[in-house]
Design a binder for this molecule. Sequence first.
Ligand SMILES: *Cc1c(COP(=O)(O)O)cnc(C)c1O
Length: 432
Amino acid sequence: MLVTKCVSTNLKGHLTIGGADAIELAEEFGTPLYVYSENKIRQKIREFVLSMNKYYNGNGLVCYASKAFSCKEMYRICMQENIGVDVVSGGELYTALSVGFPAEKIVFHGNNKTPEELSAAVESGVGRIVVDNITELKMLDEIAASEGKTAGIMLRIKPGIDAHTHDFIKTGQIDSKFGFALETGEAMEAVKAALGMKNLKLRGLHSHIGSQIFDVDPFCLAAKVMLEFYRDIKAETGVELEELNLGGGFGIKYLRSDAHEAYGEYMKQVSAVVHSFSHELGIKTPFILIEPGRSIVGVAGATLYTVGSVKKIPGVRTYVSVDGGMTDNPRYALYKSDYEVVCANRAEEDRTEIVTVAGKCCESGDLIQENTKIQPVKPGDILTVLSTGAYNYSMASNYNRIPRPAVVMVKDGEARVAVKRETYDQISQNDI
Ligand SMILES: *Cc1c(COP(=O)(O)O)cnc(C)c1O
């Protein structure tokens, strides 16, 4: 059993991704290669949308957090599935708009948006700009005035819940670069300031408590904290906010030992909390937004590499070097992230070797995984790293002037290029 159901093996004993033979993909498109199962992406989107319909009467919007994997084809898929998207930069906004993504369904985040980014958002009619600080609030009001528009905004709030992977704590958590703090009164001041801005329409508030979270409790707690604040806002200003954005951060399976993902269960419990709590507090049941990123694309993607050298250092370890590395997947170097590695042309053999998979950059820390169990491999074999769909392509770099790999989408077993492989010309084209 492999960690995700969108990979399997075929009669040749090769790994398949979204129904396509990984070895054929490597031959046709070259390595390193990002491969996505489009069906899996759509299935994950629909899981969120259906559970929003089922448990919250569809009174909300699922917004894909596109920093997890941003390219034109991904925005097209979101558009076809009728969901919204989050963007966190002018570049992501530009890409989404370039495929005709409806601006009303775009949410724009960031703790330090530039005047140019804010102007672009106002001009294109972005539905919700999530304002992070007072400087931005004032700047945005002026920009909206000069454009002759009213900009829809939300305010980013630190709800004081710090959720890490497996445990969470309710803390002051004032030490974050994102948003307005609740307990210092800063958030209430910001709400009042926003309500007084002539060219801004405060649609609601936003909170995002972390990433790769499996437990539903911290999300429920965050919803409660936010709704209590809505009650306080109503009491102090008489205004009832219409919308509540609960952020993203739902965990995915990187290893077989990771918890089972149950996004329906999240929606069920959070919906119940929002319904009952808003009723109890005497406030309107808000329209809700959720922002899954990793949980939509993470397990839908895999990376293919060709093995170069296999270096056995007796009594130390075995390095299996591949033709990519931290340039296409910086997550191990950054966070020591776990991944499952499989040899695609020996997928049905037993995984009997413990090796370190190393990249090709001139950097000792350029590792994809240490002490991972894989099949015995030889130079020329194709390695697959599973669940690389989130924060891999979008975090890729040109360190060592290594071109970014191509992205291939597989739909019903048919593969097509979604992003072309970068060329040396493209890497050096801005050099004078
Ligand atoms: C990164 C981010 C998300 C998505 O987080 P995931 O862990 O990928 O689900 C959602 N909302 C905001 C504001 C974010 O910064």
